[in-house]
Write a protein that binds this ligand. Structure first.
Ligand code: SB7
Ligand code: NI
Length: 185
């Protein structure tokens, strides 16, 4: 089971290292990692379990964050229509994206960052993504809203990129060209 002490924090070189493609069929270790990452998210969003295990709530978790350089991440959140999205994405990619951007008006946070870093993080408003499931099945999804933002946050982790890399340093709340704040679509 993944606990807070297993999540590495900013300054650790693994967070700045590009993760490697995962080979199929998955090894037992890869399968266990995929399972454990999704389990962390589910527990972290459950009031009893998060309290019991001292978990900080999260909608996503990338392998780099548990010090593993595998191209996989877990997402567990609801979309705009209240549909639960819950999956582990292996070798994920964005195959196309909108020109229009979006951003969370309250900024982003990260389980690997123990401080609040204010500022808008520009993200594509809509993305089409492809990834493999743990069973080697290829999926293609269209995402918008929070799932699109979270997917991009996690994909960045696999490429050694942190959310604050995208914040305008001189003016963190500077207008993002061709964008709308999430929630005001
Ligand atoms: C705000 C938070 C997240 C994604 C997008 C906006 C996820 C936070 C948890 N993580 O650190 C996952 O990498
Ligand atoms: Ni993160």
């Amino acid at each position: 089971m993944i606990l807070m002490e297993d999540i590495i924090r900013e300054g650790h070189p693994t967070l700045r290292t590009k993760a490697e493609e995962v080979k199929f069929p998955l090894s037992e270790d890869d399968r266990a990692l995929a399972h454990d990452m999704l389990e962390y998210l589910i527990n972290s969003q459950d009031p009893e379990a998060s309290q019991k295990y001292g978990l900080r709530p999260g909608v996503g978790l990338a392998a780099n964050q548990v010090n593993s350089l595998k191209r996989m991440f877990a997402l567990h959140l609801e979309d705009d229509n209240g549909e639960q999205l819950s999956f582990v994405a292996i070798n994920p990619k964005i195959v196309s994206h909108s020109v229009e951007k979006t951003y969370l008006p309250s900024g982003e946070g990260c389980l690997s960052v123990d401080r609040s870093i204010p500022g808008f993080v520009p993200r594509y408003a809509r993305i089409t993504v492809k990834f493999f499931t743990v069973d080697g099945e290829e999926k293609k999804l269209r995402l918008k809203g929070m799932p699109a933002v979270a997917f991009q946050h996690e994909l960045d982790h696999l490429n050694g990129i942190m959310f604050y890399d995208h914040i305008n340093e001189a003016n963190p709340f500077d207008q993002v060209p061709n964008s709308f704040p999430l929630g005001e679509e």
